[in-house]
Design a protein around this ligand. Structure first.
Ligand code: SAM
Length: 406
């Protein structure tokens, strides 16, 4: 075959292909968002990536920290499109983007048009320098690029009709709501017990109500709003338990727990091998006492955590005193796996059974949706004022997560 006859796709071809894919997968539903994706040359904002990488449905890493963890990226197109759908931006709006890169700010500039106003803020001068230069190169000189810790928002251009946060937040600082217009919308990827949703929040009286919640992943917030999880390493092992909200009450009770005989409990709940089950982690996070993440360092090989042959473990766990359990699967009928739990500790059987029972309840009542109602309250709101459901209390806000009655 003569390779000379294979034409290399142009950036415009790659862009069109990306837009068509996002439309056909239902990620882009709004014409103006499709037009913005067609108009903005994504590759200009990712000059170190190949054209294919720039237009792939993936992140482009811009900067890593000393451990190799990404701290700045051009977000994946579906995450950006999803947040823009959540934001419902119309021409003439004033928008603040938190976390820069330039590309998403250019998409927003397309959506607000010449009469609108876009400010993007980032804590990292390398990122703001790059964003400024790429925005100028692509013809978006009118976007304001600012260097600041967004914990305080950007008061000089407030109020904003929309604030779009493009970095993973653990809390919602007061400045963001203070700088949001009365009928404004705040789109923010919020971590709740380690599970992140991009929420589209609007005011309702003295609190915020989420109109939609999208599954997503973002690099973590730095600066004053940074929040480190508490990681409890199980002694002498490569396994840890991570708490994003709350912590272990008596960590010494787990000493030596991984040397005990593991137990398993199976739920009878089957899931297709490629079927999404996004509501399950949030269900477990809001119903299991002692919910936490399971962290495993595989750099020195697999740690030998109990798991059935052909099955796997997931990073969702619970601790109850001297025992802990984690979500796992085992092969079931062709093309499916069964959810269950493995556990260690003196009460391994009991704790595994508690986790498996919550999987059964999720399957029975919530598997096919809808997602829970999520509201955000000032931390000064009395607890008996909050809706029924799980309450996660942060520094500035209470977050409530209420599952619909079956
Ligand atoms: C995923 S990137 C932003 C992606 C970008 N919006 C785009 O166009 O694809 C997240 C950015 O948030 C920034 N960031 C982290 N903490 C911040 C903070 N406290 N204030 C402002 N920016 C912050 C990081 O430096 C990083 O560049």
């Amino acid at each position: 075959m003569n390779n000379d006859t294979v034409a290399t796709p142009s950036p415009a071809d790659l862009r069109e292909r990306l837009v068509e894919d996002l439309i056909s997968d239902g990620v882009i539903a709004t014409d103006s968002i499709a037009e913005a994706f067609r108009a903005v040359p994504r590759h200009v904002f990712a000059p170190d990536a190949s054209l294919e990488e720039a237009y792939a449905r993936d992140i482009v890493v811009v900067k890593r920290n000393e451990y190799g963890t990404p701290i700045s990226t051009v977000s994946a197109p579906e995450i950006q499109a999803g947040q823009l759908e959540q934001a419902q931006i119309t021409p003439g709006m004033r928008v603040l983007e938190i976390g820069s890169g330039g590309y998403n700010a250019a998409l927003i500039a397309e959506l607000v048009g010449a009469q609108g106003h876009v400010t993007t803020v980032d804590i990292d001068p390398d990122v703001t320098d790059r964003a400024r230069s790429f925005l100028n190169e692509a013809g978006y000189d009118r976007v304001n690029v600012l260097l600041a810790d967004a914990e305080g928002g950007v008061p000089e251009h407030a109020p904003y009709d929309r604030i779009i946060v493009t970095v993973g937040a653990w809390d919602i600082p007061p400045a963001w709501t203070e700088q949001l217009a009365k009928d404004g919308r705040l789109v923010v990827p919020l971590r709740m017990r380690g599970v992140t949703r991009s929420l589209a929040l609007e005011r309702e009286g003295d609190h915020l109500v989420s109109r939609s919640a999208h599954v997503c992943g973002f690099v973590k917030m730095q600066g004053a709003g940074a929040h480190d999880e508490r990681l409890w390493l199980l002694r002498g092992e490569q396994v840890g338990l991570r708490f994003d909200d709350g912590t272990l009450q008596e960590p010494s009770l787990l000493d030596g727990v991984l040397s005990t005989e593991p137990a398993a409990a199976w739920s009878g709940v089957l899931v297709g091998r490629t079927e999404p089950f996004a509501t399950l982690p949030l269900w477990l996070a809001t119903t299991l006492p002692g919910f936490c993440g399971l962290a495993v360092d595989t750099s020195q090989g697999q740690p030998g955590l109990a798991v059935e042959e052909g099955g796997r473990w997931f990073p969702y766990a619970m601790v109850d005193g001297d025992s802990f359990a984690y979500l796992s699967t085992r092969p079931a009928e062709p093309g499916t796996v069964e959810f269950g739990a493995h556990a260690y500790g003196p009460r391994a059987r009991e704790v595994a059974a508690v986790l498996a029972e919550q999987v059964r309840r999720w399957d029975r009542d919530h598997r096919s949706g809808p997602e829970p109602d999520i509201t955000v309250w000032p931390i000064s709101a009395p607890l008996d004022h909050l809706p029924e459901g799980a309450v996660i209390s942060k520094k500035h806000r209470h977050i409530t997560i209420s599952w619909p009655s079956p």
